[in-house]
Ligand binder design. Sequence first.
Ligand code: PLP
Length: 430
Amino acid sequence: MTDGPTYGFDTLQIHAGARPDPATGARQTPIYQTTAYVFRDADHAAALFNLQEVGYIYSRLTNPTVAALQERLAALEGGVGAVCCSSGHAAQIIALFPLMGPGKNIVVSTRLYGGSITQFSQTIKRFGWSATFVDFDDLDAVKAAIDDDTRAVFCESIANPGGYITDLDAISGIAEAAGLPLIVDNTSATPYLCRPIEHGATLVVHSMTKFLTGNGTVTGGVVVDSGRFDWSASDKFPSLSAPEPAYHGLKFHETFGPLAFTFHGIAVGLRDLGMTLNPQAAHYTLMGIETLSLRMAKHVENATKVAGWLESHPHVAGVTYAGLPSSPYHDRVARICPRGAGGLFTVALKGGYEACVKFVDSLEIFSHVANLGDTRSLVIHSASTTHRQLTEEQQKAAGASLDVVRISIGIEDADDLIADLDQALNKAHG
Ligand SMILES: *Cc1c(COP(=O)(O)O)cnc(C)c1O
């Protein structure tokens, strides 16, 4: 189909990027399990390598199954293009790669997935990059953290693990005034609940490992390009605005306009960093996305019921779900993620760490795993696992203190989930 702006989300999640296979008529997108593609002749090969003609060269860069997924994600997020990657963490590096250089920094929210906090506070230092962590509810602090070497602002829409909701409108206003791109990790919300580009995001990254694939079968990531940022407005982004030495002096912004980031991400990012999504993984994610809206609506419905029930349980000290009227972020739901606050939250138990451990060990339907966004309900004690490498202060700022358990609500029967939580809470305090 031709993707028009007139199609609704439920239509796009099934049709965007997919067309009957030109060779066989296959209705479902085939898994193009191939490394390379035959050139028509030497001129065709040269045109492809010069990026004068768009086509397939080698699957480290492009692959038709992956391309269908990229087109679908761009459509769902309201972007112009997308670069699929081998994991969510790979997507974060691919997003930053053309923007950064030695001595440059990013300003990031303290409320992030634990692995992202470690990637930004430690690992990127090896590239000469650094990150300044700020409470994104303190807008003056965000402004103050930006300096001449800042190249991007980074946050999550609905933040892992606590379900905190970032005021994307306010943050994008600050980034725009500073002439910087805003990168939003939209993993926990998915484009069904939140469309960060409509709130001013320049790039949207995802761990497709989570809700997008939706059933715990794939490790994958994506960067969606809004196409809206003027990379040539300053001299801060020479990889995109000036001749790129890694691509025989090509000027990406001048040549590809709004698609500059997307082309650079593939032609230089994937080519040289090699963090490529494989076609089999792309297939599973395409299948998952076909039911994204149905799953997300049910995740939200279940999370609302379960969080509301938990909040009034005598052994529970607090529940962070932004869908609850008691949440300080409740007002942001209608504006930032109008279809609901997602399926992820933390619950603090009155018995502290000991009770959390017993609680996790006593659950029967919930799986104790280091994942979220599955059809299955999942649970984990963040402080001792996903947020283990952090200092106690970082854990607290991220919403992963010792007395809280992270819950990812699945799409099972809510009453069964509540009954399971009830018996485990009683055992934890028995
Ligand atoms: C899981 C996750 C990541 C990392 O993604 P991987 O696919 O595991 O590399 C990044 N951000 C968020 C919000 C996540 O939940």
